[in-house]
Design a protein around this ligand. Sequence first.
Ligand code: HEM
Ligand SMILES: *[C@@H]1O[C@H](CO)[C@@H](O)[C@H](O)[C@H]1NC(C)=O
Ligand SMILES: CC(=O)N[C@H]1CO[C@H](CO)[C@@H](O)[C@@H]1O
Length: 340
Amino acid sequence: MKGLGGVALVFMLLNLTITCYGVGLQTGFYLGKCKGGNVEAIIRGVVRERFAKDPTIAAALLRLQFHDCFVTGCDASLLLNGPTSEKTAGPNLSVRGYDLIDAAKADLEIACPGVVSCSDIIAVATRDAVFLSKGMNYRVQTGRRDGFFSSKDNVDLPSPSITVRDSVKAFGLKGINKNEMVLLLGAHTVGITHCALIRNRLYNFRNTGKRDPTMDANLFKLWSKSCPKSDTGIGNAIALDQTINSTNIVDNGYFKQVKVQRGVLEIDQGLGIDRLTVDIVRTYADGPLSKTFQADFGAAMIKLGGVGVLTKPNGEIRKSCGFVNPKGPTKPAGLPNLLF
Ligand code: HEM
Ligand SMILES: *[C@@H]1O[C@H](CO)[C@@H](O)[C@H](O)[C@H]1NC(C)=O
Ligand SMILES: CC(=O)N[C@H]1CO[C@H](CO)[C@@H](O)[C@@H]1O
């Protein structure tokens, strides 16, 4: 390949590559695109109805969006069914909310078939659920298209015992900086984990045979009853934000708890101890940035929503979120798989 042709191809590839990393999203992408329908209002209606029955849907959707976006980008690959798709991987444990995305998709396919991507439904529904949970109505971006591939082998989600340093690295690889990472972990202001994921902190911290010395003594007492050493199964549910009556509220309570050694997962408490992040935790707990937590969390969610997105001409608008459309595009010979 020589001369201008080669240069043009390089530019084309560069352009496609950039497209893969979030350029091309905008707020209100669907305005005027759904016959007479208002896409975001239709999604909001479905989320409102569910939230009224089950406010834990906010936690479910936040986790669902994280697990989708962190693995091969926000391309709804997590939603695809199949014997070896992403949702069959270990960390899918207790990911919920698939049915809500399907319900919104069904309504949208009636209003305007083939227009709204499943990956955008995830992003909009999550924002709506955050808002209903007293978080901010942040300016969610849309314009994503859905991917064609999903494999459990791609699932590289961080473990709850990841070190802060390694977590910063892992998020960095997705284009998310340290400050944004801490804010995103602030999503643990809602929802639950299970005894199985903290048993090591209670009884055998880093193979010492002892408890995690950074754990608040009252929490240890409480949990040694509800999560006894003798249990082996998944165990009881434990609120990720130990603020009383705040499991379904999106606020900075998580940071206040982490600041006083009441973080739940090892990575949660790690944020409040490691010198890389301790100052960020403090400023969002009760320092100057505690007032901007909601806006900053919203901005971090927008950033997460831009990871590895597919926009035109890549990806597709799935008809059904669990399945790739029957006749996918054919890949022109010689172009790398990544782009198709
Ligand atoms: C280092 C990064 C992270 C790790 C290691 C991690 C780990 C975990 C674990 C182990 C659970 C509990 C699962 C269970 O017991 O069933 C959990 C729950 C949850 N995570 Fe994370 N997480 C991380 C980052 C995030 C991010 C970035 C978000 C969203 C922006 C998020 C949102 C949630 C939510 C909302 C729940 C509660 C789910 C529910 O109640 O259904 N997490 N996370
Ligand atoms: C938490 O909620 C329960 C039940 O609604 C209520 O009785 C209790 O007073 C609340 N506690 C606090 C600290 O708000
Ligand atoms: C919904 C779903 O696919 N769940 C799977 C999650 O991962 C476990 C362990 O790999 C599977 O057994 C589940 O079927």
